[in-house]
Design a protein around this ligand. Structure first.
Ligand SMILES: Cc1cc2nc3c(=O)[nH]c(=O)nc-3n(C[C@H](O)[C@H](O)[C@H](O)COP(=O)(O)O)c2cc1C
Length: 129
């Protein structure tokens, strides 16, 4: 495997869980992210089997990555990752929720992120190998 892939696999293997934040490209998640998942899932020592994973997303459109996240969860299911199904977070009109420095300035989204991380911590605890 390429060295970069080996490094990524080691990092994921060492992690307690994987939080994936995706945009939406043409009603799905970006091809580069699919490529990453495919590399991580290869071999009998796939680092995704049993790995706690949470998915969130933000896009400039009206639906805030609903279709991208649905597609991503479908793919992750094939890898046998332990995908957290709720709570979900779909950040629509993302361009207006960050200041010019890239700092999130929407209190509702901020609170939703806090709730996601609390739920994900519990999910990791329940699904750790
Ligand atoms: C090729 C392409 C397709 C996109 N398709 C969608 C889409 O279907 N729905 C949506 O809400 N946003 C769409 N977007 C906007 C992205 O989700 C995102 O908000 C924006 O591109 C910023 O992310 P980026 O830095 O990855 O480009 C698209 C963007 C690109 C570049």
């Amino acid at each position: 495997m390429p060295t970069t892939v080996q490094h990524l696999r080691q990092a994921v293997a060492r992690s307690d869980g994987l939080l994936i934040a995706t945009p939406e490209y043409n009603h799905s998640f970006p091809g580069v992210l699919k490529n990453v998942i495919d590399w991580l899932s290869r071999g009998s020592d796939s680092v995704l089997v049993g790995k706690p994973v949470a998915v969130i997303g933000a896009s400039t459109g009206n639906w805030g990555t609903r279709l991208a996240q649905a597609a991503l969860r479908q793919v992750l299911t094939a890898t046998e990752a332990r995908v957290m199904l709720s709570p979900m977070l779909f950040v629509a009109h993302a361009g207006g929720r960050f200041d010019r420095h890239g700092t999130l300035n929407d209190p509702k989204v901020r609170e939703a992120l806090i709730q996601i991380t609390i739920a994900f911590e519990e999910w990791i605890f329940l699904h750790s190998k």
